[in-house]
Design a protein around this ligand. Structure first.
Ligand code: PHE
Length: 468
């Protein structure tokens, strides 16, 4: 590759805290800050929250332990890891590496949107001409998404930033960045929550989130809610997407696997609920509706900031900068998942590789797909659409989040040898305290739930109406 001295190691996390920040950084993303609040809103509020928590504990946790264990025991990226289980499972690895590659296309676009919005709010703070400037937020959003040149440029900036971090490697890039970024994100989120819940009229938003209401479960409704909550759970915990296998492979053997696996879903769920607290009370306080889709993040919330008076742009900047951080700590994990499998190829052949070159080439391929998705402008620019979806983002999401992710996780539950997980969890004399729970859930609960989730997702995406 033009370099005399390539590398022969993919890298490792330097500390348990660093690993946790990277893994939580991957998990906490647009899914938490934007997906969770609006899906909860559209699917029964409190009922959704409860089902979500059940899914995290009985399915998310066990799949997460399995993925981390598989990664650490094999030391491989996702294709090599599944191949190490059996040659015939290689295809699972392929599914799990195509999914993050696809997701990166629209994730980069949305990350680019966040950069644009952070800058625009900063502009308002200084009364600059590049601010929102009092424009109606729906119009502002429409003008931006249909401005093809601008959206492509912002997506490319996001891809570039992602590449710059991943190029620096596991401890020097990913770990270093996330150890600073994640605590910063947390502090910013707390500041926004304080503002949101102290607005006059905020209580309506709190009631919306926490007041028991079972209407959404009626009839076969619970399957629909289960499907949405399940899809959200996989996406939010970065499961079935090569990430946790890859990050697990960089986790030093001395570190306790089970404890890490418990902290990640806890933190991820906490941030999702906090995101609800940051947004819902403010949305209701301003007399707006929790809407759906990108509208919530880029139109409704911008309207909230516009109506906050002089401090609005400050909170607006803080919010979009926060979402940007959440997005980039996820996109670096997505990129690393794909880069790792290429590095593995070199290692298998006993050759040296160059992380920089591999990452840059992968980044270029994503620059292309991200530009294409950005040109579509959420369907605003009149391009042909696929699979009955309204925009390219949704069509790609259907394949990745709707099919590949739950299918990958389902296969995982079926093929993972529980003895492998037990071995990894009990290294260095550690106790696998949740072993009985794990064994039971991975054999019975997880596969059944996942089939239901998959069916429900298909039903939702294609509007088949199987479940009423
Ligand atoms: N978990 C991230 C989120 O909630 C998205 C993501 C999915 C990242 C899969 C990596 C892998 O936004």
């Amino acid at each position: 590759m033009g370099h005399k001295h390539g590398e022969s190691h993919k890298g490792q996390f330097g500390s348990n805290f660093g690993f946790l920040m990277a893994a939580i950084g991957s998990a906490v993303g647009l899914g938490n800050l934007w997906g969770f609040p609006y899906k909860m809103g559209a699917n029964g509020g409190f009922a959704f929250l409860l089902l979500y928590l059940v899914l995290v504990v009985f399915v998310g946790y066990v799949i997460l332990v399995s993925e981390l264990a598989l990664g650490r025991s094999t030391g491989k990226g996702v294709i090599g890891a599944y191949r190490a289980l059996s040659e015939k499972y290689t295809f699972i690895g392929w599914m799990e590496v195509i999914a993050p590659w696809l997701i990166l296309s629209f994730y980069s676009m949305l990350g680019g949107y966040c950069i644009k919005y952070a800058i625009a709010n900063l502009g308002d703070l200084f009364g600059a001409s590049w601010g929102v400037g009092g424009m109606d937020s729906g119009e502002f959003f429409g003008a931006f998404t249909s401005d093809m040149l601008q959206t492509v440029i912002f997506s490319l900036i996001f891809v570039l930033l992602t590449v710059i971090i991943v190029v620096r490697g596991v401890s020097g890039g990913i770990e270093k960045f996330t150890t600073i970024a994640m605590p910063a994100l947390f502090v910013m989120l707390v500041i926004i929550i304080i503002r949101s819940v102290t607005l006059p009229g905020a209580s309506e938003g709190l009631a919306f989130m926490f007041k028991p209401n079972w209407e959404a479960f009626e009839g076969a409704g619970w399957i629909r809610v289960l499907a949405v909550a399940g899809g959200q759970m996989f996406f939010s915990l970065s499961l079935g997407m090569s990430i946790m296998v890859t990050y697990g492979s960089y986790l030093p053997k001395e570190q306790n696997l089970e404890r890490s696996a418990l902290v990640i879903p806890f933190a991820d769920t906490l941030v999702a609920i906090m995101a609800g607290l940051a947004t819902m009370p403010a949305v209701f306080a301003m007399g707006l509706k929790p809407g759906a889709g990108p509208g919530l993040l880029f139109v409704t919330l911008q309207t909230v900031f516009d109506s906050m008076g002089a401090v609005g742009p400050f909170f607006g900047f803080l919010m979009y900068a926060l979402v940007f951080i959440a997005a980039i700590t996820s996109s670096i994990s997505l990129l690393e998942g794909t880069v790792a499998v290429v590095m593995d190829r070199y290692i298998e052949k006993g050759k040296k590789f160059n992380r920089k070159t591999i990452t840059t080439l992968m980044g270029l391929s994503i620059a292309v797909t991200a530009s294409l998705v950005s040109l579509d402008g959420l369907g605003a620019n009149g391009f042909p659409q696929f699979f009955g979806q309204g925009c390219w983002l949704d069509a790609i999401d259907l394949i990745a989040e709707g099919i590949l992710m739950p299918l990958g996780a389902c296969y995982m539950a079926i093929v993972i040898p529980t003895s492998l997980v037990d071995n990894e969890a009990t290294l260095n004399g550690a106790q696998f305290k949740t072993k009985k729970f794990y064994d039971f859930c991975i054999k019975f609960i997880a596969p059944i739930m996942m089939v239901l989730v998959l069916l429900g997702q298909m039903d939702g995406f294609f509007g088949l109406g199987m479940f009423g």
